[in-house]
Design a protein around this ligand. Structure first.
Ligand code: ADP
Ligand code: MG
Ligand code: MG
Length: 884
């Protein structure tokens, strides 16, 4: 018989932390903590395989699975000395979802399951605490209605609000047992009258339905959206944890809280957390009351006058400190821990590797190495390369004038600036229309995921550092301020009032997630500054990687940024970008309109000094690192004016008629420019263009060399697919270069090679390698031509291909390793057979995408090349590839 159920308790635990795919992250860690003998309420985990079975059997929990659950339930009854549904000492359960990867707030948990009209009385009597019993029951009805019955519980919540208002109290805790008993009646009535459901009373029925709902929630919209955003496969399934309840809502010696073993925002080594007395479950996260700090280190502006856990429950706090240290040592990483205190006794309900900002991640990784908990290599593998993006976020210009309107909690660092929107729907809509928006809300819930993705930053009036908004924003690397209590948000009217001033939707706002300050209007930003931890970390990464990392840069300015980010050369300098500057484009157009070779040369001579000085600038920044320059690539019509007005201007300045301009435009028109007269094909018909370019490159190299700048130019011919084509152009270029050497009486070293961006080029690579000194895979075009699809037109259908699982990922984002990758591997192998000294790199946008970088490492490329801001990402991805 298959094992579907894994038990966990201090006495017996079937699982461990390495069984995440079967038990989910939560279940695996609950099992592990039991093995560590921490106080964890006993329970059992129903596996992810049971979830997949549930979907296979038409959303039924099979008899075999039910039987194993019933057996485990009996086992928990024995351990706790309580009985499920009992009328003297009822056992209550939480039903908690838990997938392989942590999905905060994505799946729902039901607490206090097993309560009904009778067991609630038994619980009241047994604990001698009717208020607690009725509070638990009304919570259970609320959660069960939402998660299992699929009822929008905002009605129920407004009933709670109404009742508080009627009683003239602000907090739930001020309601009496009688109030809560009445509330339960109202809830059941609303369910019956508005939704036609009788609240299920039978505990076993409650359990089956809750488990079914958790399995079902794996495919709810917000879970699917989160998985899509994070590249989590849809076929993992979720486990369900059924755990005996402990209670933080029994009175003033009880509490519930969340803590981090280090500061999740900065990574600083201080124990940090929040808690609420007499509360349960998600109260802290949901921002229902302002949470108290667990210790002095956790104090903030909003709660600095409140008592700490250390002060109010010193014994439980002491135990928590012991446990967090043990957990961090055991897991060798910063933990995010959920706990509940029942009558002074501490229970640990969850631990997981904490989500953190990338700055915090770097600090923690570097500190853990210093503390001897992990090795440098382990540290390198701890950071997701993509996350380094956050580091490169701009900051607010400290010198800019700012109008401070409020201060909240610095929940996730980074500067955000944009137009205010008050609903997630508007955030998504405005974002689609190209607007930069800041999502402003009282608090966020998992329904807001889409709106949060669409916003540059998230600002909430309620909630603490562990609120939904804060946790999710940090995970996304988005700036966030939470608990900005001075803001009065009117969602209906779409206004924000603060200190008597009213702002409307669409007004501009700026905030700094690092210090919690909110400003009026747009505040200018400045580039990110790189920390010492980052430098240390990247040094380790550079120490282990084999793959070189170059950059795609066309100007000395970009080159400079790239060098600061650690680029080791230029993998692609697109010369045509240099053609578009206003003073140059005219000469380019003149060249295009030239009727004779002589006139063409005349126009080209005007361009030469511009190109030469650009190359000189780039050589200077690169000083000794290789600079790969691609000769002209796009079809000539891209340089012609299309607007009537511009055409007129061109006609005037060239002294020709509008008719001639139009005729030339028509003559250059192509049905399929991507496959047309471009790349080296231009040089087959107009050799003088490339000759001007190689002259500019070599003259720049000679001048630089004379000035003591080291130069290593690589001249690259685009779009080749045949050795004879390559050789012809190469020979012409070489002759011109020899001429320059003679004229200047000075030589420099250079290399000539080609781009491989057509399937035929890859197939013929062995031949082409007879003459080419290097290859560079232009994987953007190679992807287009291998798939036979145009990237510019693919937007209409490619998303359906990824949604339907035909392609695992967009092949323009991550290299198609099987198809395009096959051509690359073949080309390298054939090239190496012909020439032992040939080397290859990649210059498509894939060069900065971690999975593609790993692939490039595996197939033996010499380097990857990517945009300047992605250089650190590629460096780290290359290091991780080398370690894996
Ligand atoms: P999430 O994955 O959304 O964090 P959890 O399953 O961790 O959901 O449950 C949310 C909260 O419910 C927990 O942090 C804890 O406070 C409370 N909770 C869960 N199980 C129990 C339990 N057995 N006893 C008491 N509280 C519980
Ligand atoms: Mg939750
Ligand atoms: Mg949790």
């Amino acid at each position: 018989m298959k094992k579907w159920v894994y038990k966990f308790s201090a006495e017996q635990t079937d699982g461990n932390k390495d069984m995440k795919s079967l038990l989910g992250g939560k279940g695996a860690n609950l099992a592990e903590m039991c093995a560590m003998k921490l106080s964890v309420p006993p329970g059992f985990t129903v596996t992810t395989e049971a979830c997949l079975d549930f979907y296979k059997t038409n959303k039924e929990i099979s008899k075999e699975i039910r039987d194993q659950m019933i057996e485990a339930l009996g086992w928990v009854e024995k351990l706790t000395n309580k009985k499920f549904g009992d009328l003297e000492n009822p056992l209550l359960f939480s039903v908690r979802s838990g997938a392989r990867a942590s999905m905060p707030g994505m799946m729902d948990t039901v607490l206090n399951l097993g309560l009904n009209d009778n067991t609630v009385l038994a619980l009241a009597k047994k604990t001698n605490n009717p208020r607690f019993a009725w509070d638990s029951y009304r919570r259970f009805i609320q959660m069960f209605s939402n998660v299992v019955l699929g009822v929008n519980t905002s009605h129920l919540e407004s009933n709670l609000e109404d009742l508080k208002e009627a009683r003239g109290v602000h907090e739930d805790t001020a309601l009496t047992a009688a109030d809560l008993e009445e509330l339960v009646k109202v809830y059941k009535q609303v369910l019956l009258e508005d939704h036609g459901v009788v609240f299920p009373q039978e505990p076993m029925e409650q359990l089956w339905r809750a488990v079914g709902a958790v399995f079902g929630s794996w495919n709810n919209n917000r879970a699917m959206k989160y998985r899509e955003m994070n590249n989590i496969p849809h076929d993992w399934g979720t486990a369900v944890n059924i755990q005996s309840m402990v209670f933080g809502n029994m009175g003033d010696t009880c509490a519930t809280g969340v803590c981090f073993t280090r500061d999740p925002s900065t990574g600083e080594k201080k124990f940090f957390g929040e808690f609420l007395v007499n509360a349960q479950g998600e109260d802290v996260v949901a921002g229902i009351r302002t949470p108290q700090p667990i210790n002095n280190d956790s104090k903030m502006e909003s709660n600095k006058h409140q008592k700490t856990l250390e002060e109010v429950m010193p014994k439980a706090y002491g135990d928590l400190v012991e446990d967090y240290k043990m957990l961090e040592r055991h897991y060798k990483d910063m933990q995010d821990i959920e706990f509940t205190i029942e009558n002074g006794k501490l229970w640990i309900l969850q631990t997981r590797n904490a989500k953190r900002t990338v700055n915090a991640a770097l600090k923690v990784a570097v500190d853990l190495v210093a503390e001897g908990l992990i090795t440098e290599k382990e540290a390198i593998l701890r950071i997701q390369p993509e996350d380094l993006n956050q580091l490169l976020h701009p900051r607010l210009d400290p010198k800019a004038k700012k109008i401070l309107i409020a201060t909240g909690l610095p929940a996730s660092p980074g500067a955000a600036s944009g137009q205010m929107v008050f609903t997630s729907a508007h955030a998504e809509e405005w974002h689609k229309n190209g607007k930069k928006v800041v999502l402003v809300r009282s608090e966020t819930s998992p329904e807001d995921i889409g709106g949060m993705v669409a916003s540059t930053g998230i600002l909430t009036a309620r909630g603490g550092m562990t609120s939904h908004a804060a946790v999710v924003a940090r995970g996304m690397g988005k700036p966030c301020i939470a608990g900005c209590t001075a803001l009065l948000i009117n969602e209906k009217e779409k206004t924000l009032s603060v200190k008597g001033k009213v702002y409307k939707e669409g007004d501009f706002i700026t905030f700094d997630g690092a210090n919690g300050e909110v400003y009026e209007g747009v505040v200018p930003t400045i580039e990110a500054k790189i920390t010492a931890d980052f430098a240390t970390f990247m040094k380790w990464a550079d120490g282990v990687r084999r793959l070189r990392v170059r950059t795609n840069a066309d100007t000395p300015e970009d080159t400079k940024v790239a060098v600061e980010f650690g680029a080791e050369g230029i993998g692609l300098c697109r010369t045509e970008h240099m053609f578009f500057a206003p003073e140059r484009i005219l000469a380019v157009r003149e060249m295009i309109f030239a009727e004779t070779e002589k006139d063409r040369k005349k126009a080209l001579d005007k361009l030469l000094p511009f190109q030469r000085s650009d190359f000189k600038g780039i050589f200077k920044e690169m000083n000794g690192m290789p600079v790969n320059i691609r000769l002209l690539d796009p079809p000539l019509h891209e340089f012609l004016p299309h607007a009537e007005k511009d055409q007129q201007e061109l006609a005037t300045s060239l002294g020709i008629s509008m008719k001639q301009v139009k005729e030339r435009n028509d003559a250059l028109h192509e049905f399929n420019p991507m496959l047309g007269h471009r790349g080296c094909r231009l040089a087959i018909t107009y050799p003088e263009i490339y000759l001007m370019q190689v002259r500019a490159i070599i003259e720049a190299a000679i001048e630089s060399d004379k000035e003591g700048v080291k130069v290593l130019p690589e001249i690259m011919i685009p779009l080749t697919s045949e050795l004879r084509e390559y050789t012809l152009i190469r020979n012409e270029c070489k002759t011109e270069i020899e001429k320059v050497f003679k004229e200047k009486n000075h030589t420099v070293k250079y290399k000539m090679g080609t781009m491989l961006e057509l399937p035929r080029a890859c197939i013929m690579a062995g031949d082409i390698a007879k003459e080419a000194e290097f290859f560079s895979f232009g994987t953007n075009d190679l992807t287009q031509t291998t798939f036979g699809l145009s990237r510019d037109d693919a937007g209409k259908f490619l998303p359906s291909y990824t949604q339907k699982g035909i392609y695992p990922r967009d092949p323009f984002v991550s290299i198609d390793q099987e198809g395009v990758g096959f051509l690359m591997k073949y080309a390298i192998a054939e090239g190496k057979k012909t020439s032992t000294s040939i080397y290859a790199g990649i210059c498509g946008e894939h060069g900065g995408e971690p999975q593609s970088v790993e692939f490039c490492h595996k197939i033996g490329l010499e380097y990857v090349s990517c945009s300047p801001f992605r250089v650190p990402i590629a460096r780290l991805a290359a290091a991780q590839a080398a370690l894996r």
